[in-house]
Write a protein that binds this ligand. Structure first.
Ligand SMILES: Cc1ncc(COP(=O)(O)O)c(C=O)c1O
Length: 407
């Protein structure tokens, strides 16, 4: 059993230096670092267990298929889905959300139907709906966050009308850090026959997630933010939706029979997984899930909550800094600017990098939100289970150093 206080040691890169300073990694919202067990699982898969999956009869193909399919079971348990069939492997949240828009929405929506989105969605939960708007003429209805950055279930529920067919909402904003009461939203959506799509890309890293309890139709996440490899991810699709979904892409594995004039398809989830999947990345995702489960999601949640409170207090103490999103439900994502724009967010990120502190600056793939806030960019520090109060202190010291340069 690894204690969370010493968990940092499990991540080799966190014991390295950048620019002669010990790495202080606070860019986890973009992508998290990988524990040794994930790196080892990837190496082992290539060294000892590698072959293509599903179609072979030889030993290695069966072994690789077993390892790969076992991850479906792990994801099912991790999300508390009813069955492993409801887990579709994807390359990440972006593919999952596009799959929903093409496979389900394009076949079930017509011109004039409304899709409710919040202004705080990541582009990957916006652009697939814009593409659908361009193809079939759906309407997009936008819900604004409140002044403190919270996205209230009530506001989303109030916007549901007779034309609303889908709500597509983030579980946790990647800019404001606000956590959304998706259970309340999905309950109301279900009672009105509205399909619910939840983007769990950020939430899955910080909160226990139970898709049956939430009651959503679709839930997506991406593996690389969850301490797993890039190129891995999963989409939960409630079994009742299967009949309404057409294949997303065509190719190997997703078919039952292909003739010259006809084609029939494999059963879900394979029907939605065309071509050779990201075999080793998915095996690595399985190792990441095992790692998170070994630490314990409740344990991670409690530890991170304390760190969020500490970070909030330290940020609110800085009189030169404007924090975006201060709601009660805020998780470990802190976007900020410096008052009077004395330093551009890109300059802040570049200067703190000189002190070994990695943060992100830009629009964070959330331009509608940044427009709403009247900003073109923010600086963002985002936490993971391996961050400590010392990391926050280093960030604060580096920010004070930035201010010294301009005062
Ligand atoms: C809330 C949210 N949704 C979706 C995504 C897209 O994830 P990916 O690029 O891994 O598909 C991200 C990534 O930053 C995100 O933060």
């Amino acid at each position: 059993m690894i204690d969370i206080i010493s968990v940092k040691q499990e991540f080799p890169i966190l014991n390295t230096n950048v620019r002669d300073e010990k790495l202080c990694y606070l860019d986890n919202g973009a992508s998290a670092q990988k524990p040794r067990v994930v790196i080892d699982a990837i190496t082992k898969a290539y060294e000892l267990e590698y072959s293509n999956v599903h179609r072979g009869l030889h030993y290695l193909s069966n072994l690789a298929t077993e390892k790969f399919e076992a991850v479906r079971g792990k994801v099912k348990e991790f999300l508390s889905a009813r069955s492993s069939d409801e887990i579709i492997f994807t390359s990440g949240a972006t593919e999952g959300l596009n799959l929903i828009a093409y496979s389900w929405a394009e076949n079930n929506l017509v011109k004039g139907d409304k899709v409710i989105l919040s202004l705080a969605e990541h582009h990957s939960n916006i652009v697939p709906w814009h593409l659908l708007r361009e193809r079939i003429g759906i309407e997009l209805k936008w819900i604004e966050p409140r002044a403190d950055g919270s996205l209230l279930a009530e506001d989303i529920i109030d916007a549901m009308d007779d034309e609303t067919k889908v709500i597509a909402i983030t579980h946790m904003s990647n800019v404001l850090g606000s956590i959304v009461d998706v259970k309340k939203i999905c309950e109301e959506a279900l009672s009105k026959g509205i399909i619910s799509v939840i983007d769990g890309s950020q939430a899955i890293v910080h909160l226990p997630v139970n898709v049956q309890d939430i009651g959503c139709d679709f839930y997506v996440f991406t593996g690389h933010k969850l301490y797993g490899p890039s190129g891995s991810g999963a989409l939960y699709a409630r079994r009742e939706r299967f009949e309404e979904m057409k294949p997303f892409m065509g190719g190997g594995s997703m078919i039952n029979h292909v003739g010259t004039q006809s084609v029939s398809y494999n059963i879900p989830p394979y029907k939605f997984e065309a071509g050779t999947p990201a075999i080793v990345s998915i095996i690595g995702l399985g190792a990441a899930i095992d790692f998170v489960e070994m630490i314990g999601r409740k344990h991670i949640y409690e530890y991170e909550n304390k760190l969020v409170e500490y970070t909030k207090a330290r940020f609110l103490d800085l009189d030169f800094l404007a924090l975006q999103g201060t709601s009660e439900t805020k998780g470990g994502i802190f976007s900020f600017t410096i008052f009077e724009n004395k330093l551009h967010p890109h300059d802040i990120a570049t200067i703190v990098d000189q002190k070994g502190v990695a943060v992100r600056a830009g629009h964070h793939c959330a331009q509608p939100l940044l427009d709403h806030l009247g900003l073109s960019a923010t600086c963002r520090a985002s936490l993971a289970m391996y961050n400590t109060e010392n990391d926050i202190d280093r960030l604060i010291d580096a920010l004070k150093f930035c201010m010294k340069l301009v005062s």
